[in-house]
Write a protein that binds this ligand. Structure first.
Ligand code: HEC
Length: 139
């Protein structure tokens, strides 16, 4: 038996590794941010998205949340802001410009027919976003 050529073995191994690592390496928080938030807050998170000039209020710089909070990332507060369902700003005239993500994700869960409790889908999205935003904080 002759051993397989080294080059080919190495190539097959690296291809297999590529296939195996594609799924676990999916950054759900980043993907969700790019799909739902970057239009306003910008790809960098600094608040310079394409939609920003059309808003009355400037989208917040999401890379400086910790800096604005004494160096600590306020997870609970950011969770509530993103979810939005508890916001007192939701009035009949909707002064809040941030979409109410708690409602949006709930509708998405129902439309996608996720099965299970729609609220789990909502939490999954928000947890992934919190994880991503925490990583975005300027050091
Ligand atoms: C339609 C534009 C728009 C989109 C889309 C949007 N935001 Fe916002 N966001 C804003 C604006 C404007 C503010 C500033 C305050 C306000 O009007 O509520 C804000 C404020 C925030 C804040 C508060 C920051 C602070 O320190 O006060 C967080 C956190 C945030 N957004 C996260 C997100 C996340 C996460 C997403 C995506 C799931 C998102 N935003 C999508 C417009 C948007």
């Amino acid at each position: 038996m002759t051993p397989p050529p080294r080059g080919l073995a190495a190539l097959l191994l690296s291809a297999a590794a590529g296939v195996c690592s594609a799924q676990p390496n999916l950054d759900l928080g980043k993907a969700e941010y790019e799909a739902s938030c970057a239009s306003c807050h910008g790809a960098s998170g600094k608040g310079d998205g394409a939609v920003a000039p059309h808003l009355i209020r400037r989208p917040a710089d999401l890379t400086a949340i910790a800096a604005r909070n004494g160096g600590v990332f306020p997870s609970q507060l950011v969770w509530e802001v993103i979810d939005g369902r508890g916001s007192r700003e939701i009035g009949p005239h909707g002064s809040r410009e941030m979409p109410i993500w708690g409602v949006q994700y709930r509708l998405q869960a129902i439309q996608l027919g996720q099965g299970g409790v729609p609220e789990w889908y909502v939490r999954g999205r928000i947890v992934a976003l919190l994880d991503y935003l925490a990583r975005l904080q300027a050091k």
